[in-house]
Write a protein of this length. Structure first.
Length: 183
């Protein structure tokens, strides 16, 4: 009986030590954001920003590792509306892996409030009743704030408003993983 008791005690101690060791490895999230610190460091980004009267250009590249990983964002606000152009490129330094590129853009010209007569969830000016239209043509100067996350990383925050405040675009660009407004 005592031999069986000793084996059970040894097994329990072994499980306890194994659990503590595994828990120590998993619990490397010092900033408690739900993302392991090592993964955060591998994905930190360098960001350069140019702000002009009606345009913002942001270039972001991966800080660490052998992967070329770049994001470019160009935001323009003028009499045509608010346009956003995004491009992404990723390339691993291995010759066997192809380059991945993605580019897209969108222009916000106006806000339209309407009654969806045909219930298709799309605005069709020939069918739906237009209640109100607001052209996105007059903008305030871009507001920018840099919020330090850590000693070496920051969150870049831009606000683009129409002059009357009806429309506002809030744009966040972070140098590392960061929870903004619960997301």
């Amino acid at each position: 009986m005592s031999k069986r008791h000793n084996i059970i005690v040894i097994v329990l101690i072994g499980f306890t030590l194994l659990y503590l060791n595994v828990n120590y490895v998993i619990a490397s999230d010092d900033d408690e954001d739900g993302i392991e610190d090592e993964f955060e460091v591998l994905n930190q980004r360098d960001i350069s920003i140019e702000i002009e009267a009606n345009q913002i250009q942001i270039e972001s590249s991966l800080r660490n590792g052998d992967t070329k990983d770049e994001i470019e964002l160009k935001i323009t606000n003028d009499t045509e509306g608010l346009s956003v152009e995004v491009s992404y490129e990723s390339e691993i330094t291995s010759e066997s892996v192809p380059v991945f590129e993605l580019e897209f853009g969108i222009i916000f010209r106006k806000l339209v409030e309407f009654v969806d007569i045909d219930s298709n969830n799309n605005y069709d000016p020939l069918i739906d009743d237009t209640i109100w239209e607001f052209n996105l043509t007059d903008f305030q100067p871009v507001r920018y704030a840099q919020i330090n996350i850590t000693e070496s990383t920051a969150l870049h925050y831009f606000i683009i408003n129409t002059t009357n405040g009806v429309f506002a675009a809030h744009i966040y660009f972070s140098e590392e993983f960061y929870v903004v407004n619960g997301t």
